[in-house]
Design a protein around this ligand. Structure first.
Ligand SMILES: C[S@@+](CC[C@H](N)C(=O)[O-])C[C@H]1O[C@@H](n2cnc3c(N)ncnc32)[C@H](O)[C@@H]1O
Length: 281
C-alpha cells in the first residue's frame, strides 16, 4: 500500500489545454512590459524563475539580462515545459533559457546552484500552491546573500468593473472561491511582504502592477477575453461546487461579453508585486 503523502498535492486550476495556454500567452502580452520595468534588471544577472509556465516572461528576463546573464526556469508541468521549449525554438531563442522540471516546494537545484541567484522571481504561482511560505523559503534559499526575491501574484478582490455588469462580481467571487476550496489563497497578493518577512528576507519594495482599460482602447478586448478565459477555465469546478448553476454561469458570461460592447465600459485590475533581499549571513 502506498504511504499517504505528507501534504496534499497543489492543483493548478487553469489546466494546460491549448486554449488555456493561449490565454496565458495573451496575459503575458498584456503584462510583460510593466513586469519587466518593475524588475529593473541591469544586465548580467543570474535569474531563477519559479513556475515559469510557457516561459515568455522567463525569456524576456533573459533578453534583459543579456549574454552575460543566465536564466533558469523551473516548471512542474510537462505540457507547459514542452510548449515553452517550442515557443523558444519558434522565436530562435532556444539557447536563451534553460527549462527544468521540478516542483516549487522542493526546487531541483544542485548544491552548486543553491544560494547563487541574483534574482529569484515568481509570478502567478503562489496562488496555486497550498503552502506559499514553503515556496518562498525555497526561493530565499536559492538567492545569493544580497540577492533579490521577487513575488508577483493576485489579490482577486481588487477587480473593478463599471458600469456593473449583472452578476459579474458574484461570478468572479465564485471563481476565486474555487481557490480556497482547493486549499489555495485567492488573496495571496496582499500577503507577499509578510511571506518575504516570514521566509527570512528583508522586504524592500511593495507595489502594484496596474492595468486598466476601457472601451475604445485597442487592448480592451484582450482584457475582457482574458477575464472570461480565467473564469471559463474554472467552469467545471465552479459548477461542481454549486456556486453557480450552468444556465446562470453561461448567461452571466454572455452578459459580460455584451457589456464589453458598451462605449462607457471600464475595467481596472492590479497585480501585487513585492521584493525582498536575502540577508548577508
Ligand atoms: C499561471 S502560470 C504562470 C506562468 C508564468 N510564471 C507567467 O507569469 O506567465 C502558473 C504556472 O505554475 C506552474 N505550477 C503550479 N504549481 C507548481 C509547482 N508546485 N511547482 C512548479 N510549477 C508549478 C503551472 O504548471 C503553471 O505553468
Amino acid at each position: 500500500m502506498e504511504a499517504p503523502s505528507a501534504r496534499p498535492a497543489d492543483v493548478y486550476i487553469h489546466g494546460t489545454v491549448p486554449e488555456e495556454q493561449a490565454r496565458l500567452s495573451m496575459l503575458n502580452d498584456l503584462l510583460n512590459g510593466p513586469s519587466l520595468d518593475a524588475l529593473g534588471l541591469m544586465g548580467g544577472e543570474r535569474i531563477l524563475d519559479v513556475g515559469s509556465g510557457l516561459g515568455q516572461f522567463t525569456r524576456q528576463m533573459a533578453r534583459a539580462a543579456g549574454p552575460s546573464g543566465y536564466v533558469l526556469g523551473i516548471e512542474r508541468d510537462a505540457a507547459q515545459r514542452e510548449q515553452a521549449t517550442q515557443l523558444a525554438a519558434d522565436a530562435a531563442e532556444a539557447d536563451l533559457v534553460t527549462f527544468r522540471a521540478g516542483d516549487a516546494t522542493a526546487l531541483p537545484l544542485t548544491p552548486d546552484e543553491q544560494g547563487t541567484f541574483d534574482v529569484v522571481h515568481t509570478r502567478f504561482l503562489l496562488e496555486h500552491v497550498i503552502d506559499p511560505l514553503a515556496v518562498v523559503r525555497q526561493m530565499v534559499h536559492a538567492a545569493r546573500p544580497g540577492g533579490r526575491i521577487v513575488l508577483a501574484d493576485d489579490d482577486h478582490e481588487v477587480l473593478r468593473v463599471w458600469p456593473e455588469p449583472p452578476g459579474l462580481y458574484d461570478l468572479w467571487r465564485a471563481y476565486y472561491r474555487v481557490y480556497d476550496r482547493l486549499g489555495n489563497d485567492p488573496q495571496v497578493g496582499r500577503r507577499l511582504v509578510s511571506l518575504l518577512h516570514e521566509a527570512g528576507a528583508d522586504p524592500r519594495r511593495n507595489t502594484w502592477i496596474f492595468f486598466g482599460s476601457c472601451s475604445g482602447e485597442p487592448r480592451f478586448r484582450q482584457f475582457v477575453e482574458n477575464l472570461i478565459g480565467v473564469i471559463d477555465s474554472a467552469r467545471a469546478a465552479i459548477l461542481a461546487h454549486a456556486f453557480f448553476d450552468e444556465t446562470y454561469f453561461d448567461e452571466t458570461v454572455a452578459s459580460f461579453r455584451a457589456w464589453s460592447q458598451r462605449p462607457d465600459a471600464a475595467i481596472w485590475y492590479a497585480l501585487s508585486w513585492a521584493e525582498g533581499v536575502k540577508r548577508a549571513t
